[in-house]
Write a protein that binds this ligand. Structure first.
Ligand code: ADP
Length: 437
């Protein structure tokens, strides 16, 4: 089982993501229409729709989808794009309604899809706008067919003379109007409530994060004072202390150190998430840095009867990076490898050049990570919970991911359950600090 924080959805109308989904749905529906018109042109199905006109509409609809998706990439303002898309789809459906037999087919139900899309893209007013346009379009088609200005397309040989069936056409229009308006009302209300809830959630999440960060920050000062006092105690009486007290003092210092590290990680994560973190760019000699980190980790590895093996490519170049950050990322990965591997194994650290990047691998022969969790463990507070695993905080890998990305790299894991894991990351080789990140 995995614990993870759920990312909040969109809190505002007019999101690019929602428009992209709508355009993709439009593309899928258009493919169906294309297949139908080709099949009827080949007389594979007994629809007497004019194939040329339906093909033309299919192409136009594809064009809307294509241009819409392209415009989204060009960062065209999204709201006008939404209006153009929805109104174009409504017009296309109106033409299609006429070409596929007007009031005698279920094709007018397609308007409902656009109304639902409008609800989620624009809210209830947008839903009513599209519902209104759909009903006007449909009324125009019925009227033109009734007056004989447009010839009703015969379908399934069920055609009837519309000029004789005025009241029937009004009833037909109403059978579309009622569900369309009801859909606009229901989907619009639902979308408004959903967006409102998300806005509240985002706001309270922001407040909660702010308060937590303030609290964590305020914890640091008394903890630093405590650590200082413990150090003074050690300096003034450490040597003469009975063994038992010296042991307790060491235990208190180690726990305090761990707590301080945790607080610093949480503060760094908060800064990175808020985009307020700027790496300290400095020339970093990679090989000595890796050796030092491995040396530090080897203390706990030895306790677990594990061995850390280094494989560093000869004459690794130095690079501009944040040395402290790199040290902590590597330290975290090594600490995890030690923590999650059984006693007696070997953990390997490899560093090599890969094109214009440096590649770091930390390889262990621990329990591995199930496929479903390989992405998720890089989220905050995510842990693969297993009875044979020791509990941590779930922050280490989230920190590693953000830190590696902050210096322009990427991190990933490859693993086979029961065989072990390889955590790898790449960072760019730089001969100077980036101009402005
Ligand atoms: P923590 O180790 O404090 O729980 P991390 O973010 O460092 O937090 O790791 C998240 C989870 O990923 C761990 O709880 C563990 O389930 C899994 N994990 C990390 N590294 C390894 C590893 N080398 N082998 C197996 N599982 C690992």
């Amino acid at each position: 089982m995995l614990k993870r924080t759920d990312p909040l959805g969109q809190g505002e109308f007019g999101s690019r993501q929602d428009l992209r989904n709508t355009l993709l749905a439009g593309g899928i529906l258009t493919s169906g229409l294309g297949a139908m018109s080709i099949a009827s042109a080949q007389q594979l199905i007994a629809l007497q729709v004019p194939p040329r006109a339906t093909l033309l509409i299919t192409l136009f609809s594809f064009l809307i989808t294509f241009v819409g998706l392209l415009a989204l990439r060009w960062s065209v303002p999204v709201r006008p794009l939404i209006y153009v898309t929805l109104i174009s789809y409504t017009a296309i459906i109106t033409a299609l309604v006429h070409l596929t037999g007007g009031p005698m087919t279920p094709v007018p139900a397609l308007y409902l899809v656009v109304v639902v899309a409008a609800s989620f893209l624009l809210g209830i007013q947008g839903a009513y706008l599209i519902a209104g346009l759909s009903l006007i379009g449909y009324a125009v088609i019925l009227y033109l067919e009734y007056r004989g200005i447009l010839t009703m397309v015969p379908i399934w040989e069920l055609t009837f003379a519309p000029e004789e069936r005025g009241p029937l056409l009004v009833v037909n229009w109403l059978t579309l109007a009622l569900p369309t308006l009801t859909t606009a009302f229901l989907a619009g209300t639902l979308a408004e409530r959903w967006k409102r809830t998300n806005r509240h959630l985002r706001e309270s999440e922001r407040l909660r994060a702010g308060l937590t960060n303030m609290l964590i920050h305020d914890l640091r000062n008394p903890l630093s004072a405590l650590m200082g006092a413990l150090e003074l105690l050690e300096m003034s009486g450490g040597e003469t202390m009975p063994d038992e007290q010296a042991e307790l003092l060491r235990y208190a210092q180690e726990s305090g150190e761990r707590l301080l590290q945790l607080i610093n990680t949480m503060l760094d994560l908060a800064r990175m998430e808020a985009g307020r973190f700027e790496p300290t760019w400095e020339p970093v000699e990679v090989a000595p840095l890796v050796e030092e980190v491995a040396e530090e980790a080897s203390l706990s590895a030895t306790l677990e009867e594990q061995h850390i093996e280094l494989r560093l490519e000869p004459s690794l170049p130095s690079t501009y990076c944040d040395g402290q950050l790199l040290r902590r990322v590597l330290g975290n990965l090594l600490a995890n490898a030690v923590k999650y591997s059984p006693p007696g194994g070997t953990i390997r650290v490899q560093v090599m050049r890969q094109g214009d990047q440096l590649r770091f691998d930390v390889i262990d022969h621990g329990p591995g990570i199930p496929a479903a969790y390989r992405e998720l463990i890089f989220d905050k507070f995510s842990q693969v919970r297993r009875s044979d695993m020791r509990r941590g905080t779930g922050l280490g890998l989230a920190f590693c991911k953000m830190a590696v990305e902050a210096v322009g790299g990427r991190i990933w894991v490859e693993s086979e359950e029961g065989q072990g894991s390889t955590f790898s990351f790449l960072i760019p080789l730089r001969s100077a600090p980036p101009t402005q990140s």
